[in-house]
Design a protein around this ligand. Structure first.
Ligand code: SF4
Ligand code: SF4
Length: 497
């Protein structure tokens, strides 16, 4: 049989397929500037080229090669077959609640590290907050002395002015749009200047399915990379306002109103070539740019709802009233990861999240199952590489505010941001789900969505190919991050920047 031309053809074609895959993987990993994966992939390509020679020139080797290729193919098939009863039902955000959900405590925006950091010490609100939370005072006072959320922005790279200025230029954008977040045809303050009151108040009659199709495509056209719709579960709305912009301190501590019934949730992709420099300044620049994109997209969407005669409120970095991650889970954009961020479809944690709440009836999406829950149980890469040890390493989740999850220690993470002057992003950069949305990684994601076994085995394979610990890479060619102090006169951000 080993000399039959059909047998030789089949062996050669299967082997050729593997050579193609290995060569593509080599090319992709060189492009991604991975240190280890290209060497392993190139070795595999070379070995299979050698097998091609053996198949043609050494008949007695063909049976062994057939066994070897057959086992390899069978393994691939195993990773494509869904095991009975798995994957499990996709989890909505409320499925992360412990038990019957009665232990759930709503998030209060006043308790977030961002709100506490931007609290002004000369105000009565400062006294009020720390009278109720004396345990947080010493740590917060110390952290505030370092500056705003990023301390002295860009300090890890000598506050290299071109990069710090890129952040300043883009992060200004949500500030410009924050007070335009609300659209309300019935209110002169929140109505378009281009519409007459009597026209604006007439609600457009649109079929919800048609409206959903339009708004999703409009969002994508405006630059959103993922869009989904959900009904807003009021549990994901902050209980009280804590992050104050435009010096509007009277709003601090006010209860946040019941949300409108629907949300259009938007994710923008952070460029992998920028993120791979984490924790250096290109990641910070990319975060700032994405916050600008989110503010732009959601403000236009909100105003679109307004022009259609409905109420809407954009949710972006100068106007968040609710938690974006549970909303994104309910809108079918992804799952919750070990570090508490969204693991988004196609991009993993390499996204920023925004939303628009509205009373226009829309058709909600369904949650998805990407395999991240099982994968995160085994993979602890983000936790092992986190410089501030803020990410739990335990396999099992714990109960926090009535939610079953791994909980990131926000204080220590934030403290580290203050030290280095960027938003770090190492956990985002090292996560296997963050890899660029190119064919090889798309194939892996496809298998993870289908196969429970892949979710258990792939974290180990990922460690072999990519290593366990994070090492920053160079960002794009034009994007430097020189070491040491390069330009003396770098402006320091105001505290609420
Ligand atoms: S951003 Fe950095 S410090 Fe914060 S949790 Fe991620 S890796 Fe740790
Ligand atoms: S690095 Fe690993 S453990 Fe951390 S979020 Fe990503 S998949 Fe989960």
């Amino acid at each position: 049989m080993s000399n039959s031309p059909t047998f030789i053809w089949i062996l050669s074609l299967v082997n050729l397929g593997i050579i193609g895959m290995a060569a593509l993987f080599t090319y992709e990993s060189i492009r991604e500037e991975e240190p280890r994966a290209p060497k392993l992939a190139a070795t595999a390509t070379a070995l299979h080229l050698l097998l091609a020679v053996f198949i043609l020139a050494w008949p007695s080797s063909r049976v062994f090669i057939a066994w070897y290729l057959g086992i390899g193919l069978a393994l691939q098939v195993v990773f494509l077959i869904p095991i009975k009863g798995r994957p499990a039902r996709p989890m909505s955000a409320s499925d992360y609640l412990y038990g019957d959900g009665s232990d759930f405590i709503p998030a209060d925006e006043r308790d977030t590290v961002f709100s506490r950091n931007t609290m002004r010490t000369d105000l009565k609100q400062y006294e009020t907050y720390y009278r109720e939370h004396p345990e947080k005072k010493a740590c917060d006072d110390k952290r505030r002395k370092r500056g705003g959320p990023l301390g002295k922005p860009g300090s890890i790279d000598g506050r290299y002015r071109p990069n710090v200025s890129m952040l300043v230029s883009s992060i200004d954008f949500p500030v410009m749009l924050g007070d335009k977040a609300t659209a309300d045809p019935k209110s002169a303050a929140h109505r378009s200047h281009f519409l007459k009151k009597e026209d604006a108040e007439i609600r457009a009659k649109v079929d919800p399915a048609k409206a959903t199709k339009i708004v999703k495509n409009w969002a994508k056209h405006l630059g959103a990379d993922l869009v989904g719709v959900c009904k807003i579960d009021p549990r994901w709305v902050y209980s009280h306002r804590g992050r104050i912009h435009y010096n509007d301190w009277e709003n601090w501590g006010k209860e946040i109103a019941e949300p409108l019934p629907y949300a259009v949730v938007v994710a923008t992709e952070m460029d992998y070539d920028m993120v791979r420099s984490a924790p250096h300044t290109p990641t910070m620049v990319e975060s700032g740019y994405n916050y600008a994109r989110g503010a732009y997209i959601t403000t236009i969407l909100s105003r679109w709802f307004g022009a259609m005669g409905y109420k809407a409120v954009a949710q972006h970095s100068r106007h968040y009233e609710m938690l974006m991650v549970p909303l994104a889970i309910d809108a079918g954009l992804g799952e919750l990861g070990r570090f508490g961020y969204l693991m988004a479809d196609k991009f993993g944690p390499r996204v920023r999240l925004f939303a628009v709440q509205t009373d226009m009836p829309l058709v909600p999406d369904k949650p998805i199952d990407m395999g991240a829950q099982k994968f995160c149980e085994i993979c602890v890469k983000c936790g092992e590489s986190c410089p501030s040890k803020s990410i739990p390493l335990e396999r099992n989740k714990k109960i926090d505010r009535g939610i079953e999850r791994w909980t990131l220690k926000a204080e220590t993470c934030f403290e580290y941001w203050g030290k280095i002057g960027t938003d770090c992003c190492i956990c985002m950069a090292i996560c296997p789900f963050s890899r660029p949305n190119r064919p090889i990684h798309r194939f892996v994601r496809f298998m993870l969505r289908r196969s429970y076994l892949a979710r258990i085995v792939f974290p180990y394979i990922d460690n072999i190919l990519y290593g366990r610990r994070w090492k920053p890479r160079k960002a794009l060619d034009w994007m430097d991050y020189p070491k040491g102090r390069t330009l003396e006169e770098v402006p320091v951000f105001k505290a609420d920047a």
